[in-house]
Design a protein around this ligand. Sequence first.
Ligand SMILES: Nc1nc2c(c(=O)[nH]1)N[C@H]1C(S)=C(S)[C@@H](COP(=O)(O)OP(=O)(O)OC[C@H]3O[C@@H](n4cnc5c(=O)[nH]c(N)nc54)[C@H](O)[C@@H]3O)O[C@H]1N2
Ligand SMILES: Nc1nc2c(c(=O)[nH]1)N[C@H]1C(S)=C(S)[C@@H](COP(=O)(O)OP(=O)(O)OC[C@H]3O[C@@H](n4cnc5c(=O)[nH]c(N)nc54)[C@H](O)[C@@H]3O)O[C@H]1N2
Ligand code: SF4
Ligand SMILES: [Mo]
Length: 671
Amino acid sequence: MIRSVCGYCGVGCGLEFDEKKLVGDLTYPINEGVVCAKGVSELMTMQTPTRLLRPYVRKDFNSAWEKVSWELPLDLIVNKIKKSDPQKIGIYLSGQLLTEDYYVANKLGKGFIGTNNVDTNSRMCMASAVVGYEKALGLDYVPVRMEDLNRCNLLIIIGANPAEAHVVFSNRIKQAKKSGMKVVVIDPRYTETAAYADLYLPIRPGADIDFLNLVALRLITDNHIDHQFLENSVNGYDTYLKKIKKQPKTKLLKRTGLTKAQFEVFMKLFYENENIISAWTMGLNQSVQGVDKNLAVINLHLLTGKINSPGNGPFSLTGQPNAMGGREVGGLATTLAVHLGFDTESIQKVSSFWQTDKISDQVGLTAFEMIEAAERGELDLLIICHTDPIYHLPNRKRVEAAFEKIDMVVEINAYEDSESAKFAHIRLPATPWGEKEGTQTNMDRTVTKQEKLTRRSIDCKDDWEIFTLIGQKLGFSSAFDYQHPKEIFNEYKEMTRLSRKGHLNLYESDYDALREKPFIWGEKLYKEQGFLTPNHKASLHFIENLRLSETTNLKYPYMLITGRIKDQWHSTTKTGVVRQLLRHKKLSFVEINSSDAKVEGIKSGDIVDVMTARGTLSLSAVVTDAIREKTLFIPVTERKINYLTTDLLDHESKQPDYNQNAAAILKRIST
Ligand SMILES: Nc1nc2c(c(=O)[nH]1)N[C@H]1C(S)=C(S)[C@@H](COP(=O)(O)OP(=O)(O)OC[C@H]3O[C@@H](n4cnc5c(=O)[nH]c(N)nc54)[C@H](O)[C@@H]3O)O[C@H]1N2
Ligand SMILES: Nc1nc2c(c(=O)[nH]1)N[C@H]1C(S)=C(S)[C@@H](COP(=O)(O)OP(=O)(O)OC[C@H]3O[C@@H](n4cnc5c(=O)[nH]c(N)nc54)[C@H](O)[C@@H]3O)O[C@H]1N2
Ligand code: SF4
Ligand SMILES: [Mo]
């Protein structure tokens, strides 16, 4: 019997492997032995005809791929690095990498190549939550654990659909409901999660700040706030109060698209329940005001003191299995390592730990800033690892044109059918889940270990190993002499001592022991140290809806939102191959409200064109009342989705506004 963990979502379920099949781990973390279909399918995705098994090179995007040994592409990459200005090199990582992979890639880029242009797809995912937590609480720290559901009386789910995206967590929500916990779902779609809610609020897309401000105003008016907590533990209440009081209540409610009666039911639930958790994900983060939306949620917890006590707090649900671990390591271009930034003291600490003098004090380019650099002809080399930017970045036509300007694009992938492969010069085969081992941190700070279940395919290498080889070939042999992930983990573990006040206490963990028992970092943080701000108080930030997103108009009268469907993972390179097991829904479709469909003359199954200012996609229509009027939904399993989306970004987190696209819909073919 081998114990491992699932490599899909941020719940990070334990799996037990008993020679023939995978089953859920009875002891970890919250699943009591039940895993979802993606977890079950992990084993099947290892051996598929779509695995990338050999290195390939080609001169340009139109030439044929040539199968080669490892030596040639590694030499090409190293020569390119040596010839390039470090500021023209980019490394693009993934919240699906293991911590050890992340650590070596980050050390190579920021520590030895001398570029801070090391970013990750978490930029598209968690960046707004990272900045929100930092601004409000002083640190990128999730102050809630999944087990807090046991003590929670009211769970507010806003802009998240755990029933499809965090299935096992969702199962626990349903269990907690049986013990009396109430659930509110705030979402423009009546999702599977909404179906089990006690109250469903079909908010208009993009109106969350208006709703949350309205709640804040009401809490203040009704004196339902915790004055003592505000006095002892919160900065900025007076300023906040002055500004929020000026907000126009009637207008706010009107913008949400909700009725007064719906709002009153919500407030009643808020008042009747003592312990409250708010949970959110992409419905808030992916926004031109993603950081502000995070702050608007956190504000409610600061006003009421419902934070840092069992069953309470603002819970950002991390999407990918190790997006949290990647943030800890320093995988975002806006951090250096172990939650440290680019101030002189941090650079000195990290330089002396890595024994290097190459760290630049220039903050790195975030994902879309790398695209902009490429457009200006200022990106010579881009190394992509475990993610598919051509598929996932917004405004795809623009991204494709930028990629064409990059001298050398390297893609490290375990599967061969990514969208980015079409824009790569070099492809390197990585060992996937099950053929490698290493650690990951799930959405509630729990560090676990993935185990190697079978020997690795002959020509594949672990992701950390590929970055190690590049480091060695660049001449940094002593800094990159790793033979095994355990050595990397142990080095990283020591480095976490550099974190502010040692809050990232992975140095107390043990690699081998993780196999038996997960490690949870930061448990003592708030109880003992208060918030990690200079005066140990959290901060209230006044937020208002600046309405910066694209708006609908006569030409594009619908608001297009995008999101996940159950059992399928993003571009489907993994889950798509086990469709027989996982497929119960189409991968590509557009949902339209039945009253809108009537006006447009559209029936379910009709082929329709969905148009935005950036492009057009032909899709099969699904007519349903589960989506708000004047709103369209397309799942991310439609690989071409980002031909439609806007590249507006949050100015602080640089996360895209994926859910606010003005669109039109037109019937092409009746069925
Ligand atoms: N099956 C499956 N599970 C996954 C993934 C997957 O690909 N497939 N991916 C993982 C990853 S990386 C992530 S980030 C998470 C994402 O997890 P979630 O965020 O829970 O999933 P999404 O479907 O992207 O979006 C959540 C909801 O936001 C709503 N929404 C859109 N716009 C707004 C708005 O303006 N306001 C409000 N209140 N709601 C809005 C959408 O209707 C949708 O129901 O899922 C993880 N889990
Ligand atoms: N319109 C729209 N766009 C979105 C989103 C949205 O909601 N709407 N969501 C955004 C979010 S939150 C996210 S997280 C991103 C996700 O976007 P991506 O990260 O691009 O999606 P994946 O399909 O998960 O890509 C993972 C890649 O890693 C490869 N891979 C699998 N195993 C391994 C391995 O062991 N090693 C290596 N090197 N490669 C491996 C897979 O084959 C796949 O190509 O999309 C973002 N884009
Ligand atoms: S809920 Fe997430 S971590 Fe758990 S089995 Fe499903 S995909 Fe894997
Ligand atoms: Mo994500």
